[in-house]
Write a new protein. Structure first.
Length: 113
């Protein structure tokens, strides 16, 4: 997914493998959502990815809407304005510390760029 986001948005998007409890805490503090929204909208999907069940493909969307599903590339492109805003100072600082803490698990990327 990060590769697709990077390609469509034209900038490097990184994935950091964080423990679920740390990720949930960060999202509650900085994500602007309630615990219920986080559980329903994010954590259930995170768990599916971790359990290797995220690639399940069904025809449910097409049956319910009568439309074909949208590719990830197209969805990101259609919503690119949501990903274009620059984070504020606090978001940049938080991003820096997350990068420093978790990049060491990804081949030392924290020291690149």
């Amino acid at each position: 997914m990060c590769d697709v986001f990077s390609k469509v948005l034209g900038r490097k998007i990184r994935y950091y493998d964080m423990p679920e409890d740390e990720f949930a805490k960060m999202m509650l503090e900085h994500g602007g959502m309630t615990a219920e929204e986080l559980e329903i909208g994010v954590l259930c999907h995170l768990r599916a990815w971790c359990d290797r069940k995220a690639d399940l493909v069904t025809d449910t969307y097409a049956k319910l809407t009568g439309e074909p599903p949208t590719s990830l590339d197209d969805w990101i492109g259609d919503h690119s304005d949501s990903f274009e805003s620059k984070p504020g100072f606090g978001g940049r600082i938080a991003g820096f510390f997350i990068h420093q803490r978790y990049a060491r698990h990804h081949g030392g990327e924290a020291h690149k760029e």
